[in-house]
Design a binder for this molecule. Sequence first.
Ligand code: IPM
Ligand code: MG
Length: 363
Amino acid sequence: MSYKIAVLPGDGIGPEVMHEGIEVLKQVAKVYGFNVELAEGIVGGASIDAHGKPLTDSVLQLAKESDAVMLGAMGGPQWDGLDYSIRPERALLRLRQELGLFANLRPVKLFSALASASTLKRDVVEGTDLLVVRELTGGIYFGQPKGVTQLPDGTERGVNTEVYTTPEIERIARVAFQAALKRRKKVTSVDKANVLEVTELWRKVVTRTHKDEGYAGIELEHMLVDNCAMQLIRNPKQFDVLVTTNMFGDILSDEAAMLTGSIGMLPSASLGGKVGMYEPVHGSAPDIAGQDKANPLATILSVAMMSRHSLDQGVAADRIEKAVEAVLNDGYRTADILEPGAKLVGCRQMGQLVRDQIARPQG
Ligand code: IPM
Ligand code: MG
């Protein structure tokens, strides 16, 4: 088998972590006998500098013609003053929308070696293994009307609109139920149904999908988003699959990331269209860019998710995840997850250690 992968490293630490991810990909391809054809594209701030916009049509085309897209990170202070329509982040939103990636999967799994790297107590976080299923192409991120207008009295008015339709809610609910079937069979749907009509609809449609589409074997509960934010740090082990709107998912997944010790550990998959897109949940971290300090594990774990979901190479995915676990068990840490007694390594060495593990004979 041969797969076409669009590689979009982006800005800040994006290129560094992507380099390690791609080297891991090449290595598992060799071990498991498949081919990867890599085509690199410029996105985000780098594209603004080169072409005046964060995503060119040719890069979008490249993404559409691939089997999967690997994305690094986008943005940086030098582009913050730009108009919203050409900010680096727009590239990400447009890719999600144009590729029809309505389902964002963010697994939050604590490697036990990292239980004391979390800011929370070990007994609270140990054993955490949940999946955030975030709706990704609707809600307040895309709803109309939006924008800032001038009022006659010289003040301004800013608007964004939270919108969901029945089919949009049904399809993301299905993704959550399907994922739960392969896990511990519990779905928590997160909304603000006590205040927002749009999420009252969300709750109604999720409930109906659960009932009408034969998911009786799955336990469904509903939780208000403020309570969920609290429960995530009070007792994260109560959760299996969390399904929620675009914005609540954005916020809760960053919060959940800290259960794993660092946002530098969290991979993600965006699915729903023909082409899947895979990226670390963290941002471009311009403060440490180019210093070989970044944690490449979220990108490496995103390569594992890509192998599983887009390349149908589940065994390769397992091997990558096991290799990451072994490196952590051996005590190696990047700065973001460093703890007393551990061995501090840079981005490149962390990538190399994972590859060394993959190269070892399996016993
Ligand atoms: C994420 C990020 C993006 C989002 C930003 C960079 C647009 O925070 O993927 O979680 O809000 O979706
Ligand atoms: Mg976010």
